[in-house]
Design a protein around this ligand. Structure first.
Ligand SMILES: *[C@@H]1O[C@H](CO)[C@@H](O)[C@H](O)[C@H]1NC(C)=O
Length: 230
């Protein structure tokens, strides 16, 4: 790994309006930063929830002719059988787990934390939820895929998150990560976690982006799985 995390600015944070008893950690897509997503969450925020939108380190990305850009790990290709940056994905997962641990130290138990992300960030959030020993409240997987999917054993995963609630969303006009990838990811996830806890929503006309209807579904998911405790 590049070990240049020191140069990454602190996450964009939308603080809770009162005492934070829950958190959402949301990871942006390739080439983006956390700022736009922090703004989006500010628009749907609940008063007891803290929203944390970290920024990816700037690294050379093979897919983009090795141009340096914010990226959680390297990407070699977009097709389902393209090789994947296994060490990079695993290191990025460790960094997300460390962010979760930091919130736990701040007094928010991990089962009051939803992780999520868009595209590459969504992929990382799914991989983290399926491999961590931290029990999480849910996953928001937007316009994404499951990384290293062939490394998961057949059948239900063991561990704390085998019943984890997942909201997976995808635009049906996505030209970059086609809807088919989203559907295949849903099928794979259904074999790994309790399918009763998985919701798949598609948005008509949506490309590789987000929309208001989707953000309303995101809000509903957060409110359901991170209700106020006091
Ligand atoms: C997952 O679904 C099962 C079956 O509907 C339900 O009993 C369980 O409470 C759900 N788990 C979570 C964490 O929501």
């Amino acid at each position: 790994m590049c070990g240049n995390n020191m140069s990454v600015p602190l996450p964009a944070v939308v603080p809770a309006a009162r005492k934070a008893t829950a958190a959402v950690i949301f990871l942006h897509g390739l080439g983006d930063t956390g700022h736009g997503w922090a703004e989006a969450f500010a628009g749907i925020k609940s008063p007891h929830v803290k929203y944390i939108c970290p920024h990816a380190p700037v690294i050379p990305v093979s897919l983009n002719m090795h141009m340096a850009m914010p990226s959680w790990f390297d990407i070699f290709g977009l097709s389902p059988d393209a090789p994947e940056d296994e060490p990079g994905i695993k290191q990025a997962t460790e960094n997300v787990k460390a962010l979760i641990d930091q919130e736990v130290k701040n007094g928010i138990p991990s089962n009051r934390i939803i992780v999520g992300g868009f595209s590459q960030g969504g992929a990382l959030s799914l991989y983290t939820a399926l491999t961590t020993h931290q029990k999480l409240a849910g996953v928001l997987a937007l316009s994404c895929w499951l990384p290293l999917r062939t490394t998961f054993p057949q059948g239900t995963i063991s561990g704390v998150n085998k019943e984890i609630p997942v909201l997976q969303c995808h635009g049906d006009c996505d030209p970059l990560v086609p809807l088919l990838i989203g559907s295949l990811t849903v099928e794979k996830l259904k074999s790994m976690i309790n399918p009763a806890n998985l919701t798949f929503k598609t948005y008509s006309g949506m490309m590789h982006s987000s929309c208001i209807e989707e953000m309303m579904d995101v809000k509903q998911f957060i409110d359901k799985h991170l209700p106020p405790v006091d």
